[in-house]
Ligand binder design. Sequence first.
Ligand code: SAH
Length: 220
Amino acid sequence: MKQDTYKHKGLRQQMVEALRDSGITDENVLRAMGEVQRHWFLDSALDTLAYEDRALKISCEQTISRPSTVAMQSQLLNVQPGMKVLEIGTGSGYQAAVLCKMGAKVFSVERQKGLFDHTRKLLDGLGYRVRCFLGDGYQGLTEMNYGPYDRIIVTCGAPEIPAPLMAQLKEGGIMVIPLGEEEQEMLRITKNGSDKKDWKVEKFGTYSFVPMLDGRNMGR
Ligand code: SAH
């Protein structure tokens, strides 16, 4: 059974201070990241690395995003408590847990069955009320009818802005999405109207994510 030791707590506090120094100002993001025990979302062998600012391997050849990326995406999302947030790419569940701690109602889609099964149980066991779904996040969550969402966060590199996702975003809503194939540009899109010309697009630098894959090859 893993524990949250003084060492974990200390390293986590240092991580939060480093995020603050690097320009993260949203106190809700900093508080949530100070509370979520990132080491639970990793293999025990990686325990000591959990609070370093690096991406680490999880199963199914996927990665948990580095803390600075999670903080940046969470801050760009401008989440208020009670908002409905759709995440594409559940992965380890860490980003979903952070959003949950921030008070969001989180819906998360993962295309890898192995990760979906593992992470759903983990989040549940840790008491995070994240609704997890297995499916192709490119399509969002149409058939479930939970939308539209106040916020959408994509945590895999998208080759294009998925039209079904924009359709499931509320008017006035925000989508944060890393766009590109080899490397990605972080975009924040504010949907000021249903027409594309009403979308405000802002850019926030270059990142490196695992690719958003096509749902037709589910689980590979
Ligand atoms: N948010 C995650 C990041 C995981 S990496 C975390 O905090 O750990 C990105 C994840 O996106 C991977 O698990 C990958 O399997 C998933 N993914 C890739 N393409 C997808 C798609 N079309 N639909 C849903 N998930 C997808």
